[in-house]
Design a binder for this molecule. Sequence first.
Ligand code: PLP
Length: 400
Amino acid sequence: MAGRNFLFVPGPTNIPDSVLRAMHVSMEDHRSPIFPELVKPIFADLRKIFKTKDGQPFIFPASGTGGWESALQNTLSPGDKVLASRFGQFSHLWIDMCQRLGLDVEILETEWGQGAPADRYEAALKADTQHKIKAVLVCQNETATGVTSDIAAVRQAMNNVKHPALLLVDGVSSIASIDFRMDEWGVDVAVSGSQKGFMLPAGLAIICVSQKALAKSKDAKLVRCFFDWNDMVTTNAQGYFPYTPSLPLLYGLRESIKLLLAEGLENVFSRHHRLAEGVRAAVKGWGLKLCAQAPQWYSDTVSAVMVPDGFNGQDVIATAYHKYNLSLGAGLSKVSGKLFRIGHLGDLNECMVLAGLGGVEMAMRDVGIPFKPGSGVGAAVEYYCSSVSHSKVAGKPVVA
Ligand SMILES: *Cc1c(COP(=O)(O)O)cnc(C)c1O
């Protein structure tokens, strides 16, 4: 098929050209005397991305799922109780992992389309007078439903009842694209991966650990080996890894961090918000609904669009892919067939989003979903032209 594929899944995301070039490297000795010159600045810069002063970042050769596992294994012991809410496939999978690792999970079942219920976290923590709950788990951005939760509110809930549990946050589809504040929110382990906001291929679990969690890892008893923080701590301090790291991914990470910091994190966040608002204007223009039930939960990295009754979201996705070379995200598990997802994170601008929205319109028209062609694209155009852009082309600010 001529032309390029339009990648609108919420990960992996588009890789900027300079990151692709940065990864095109010959292999070198990862124990050479100059290797720390690559590694040490990456750790220092990751602290800026996580917004932490003395949090300890770790980079594992893994995906986000490995980051989840590392967070649990290093802080908890068999049979420990943890508190988590479930409102989508990713929050579900982390809970499933807890159970498979032998943890006792108190689950706050929450409707898919809503976010983490801070009030119910508080009630559960208040009832736990003996402090049996050792960790509180929250998924900041539920990628399956396009729902963003308020992590500060969960921290507040913990503080309100002075609960000493650790706060573990899944930020795989939010960190580096939606505001995240490790220190301010008192997050003890933040989990991310390379293929979403970091604009890289999958292959790195990028996590950040508070000093409190690091101390806890000394007596946590869950069995661990590959994901052990202690092996990382000793070697990372010298600028090395306990086992062979992926060199292309590290060079790519150095470049992607450089891009993120050059744009400025706050600008990255506002660009994501602006692009997402355009997508939401389009969904409204089509007369369709988001899975996210209220604006407080709207995600700036992914929109899950409900298809009308009688239609299958999978048909929209298949048509978009086969006919228009456009990749959309599927409905997972409970919402399979009921929605399609538009990923709008990473290396993305207005024109790219409009191309994606145009492709969605063609695919929806092909499968017979009733809407007026142009209604979504038009609404997004109106939004982009009437709101302020922070992006710059050739040094000139482009402002409406
Ligand atoms: C993608 C994702 C994961 C899983 O990451 P993998 O890299 O696929 O292992 C976990 N949580 C959330 C919220 C995600 O979006």
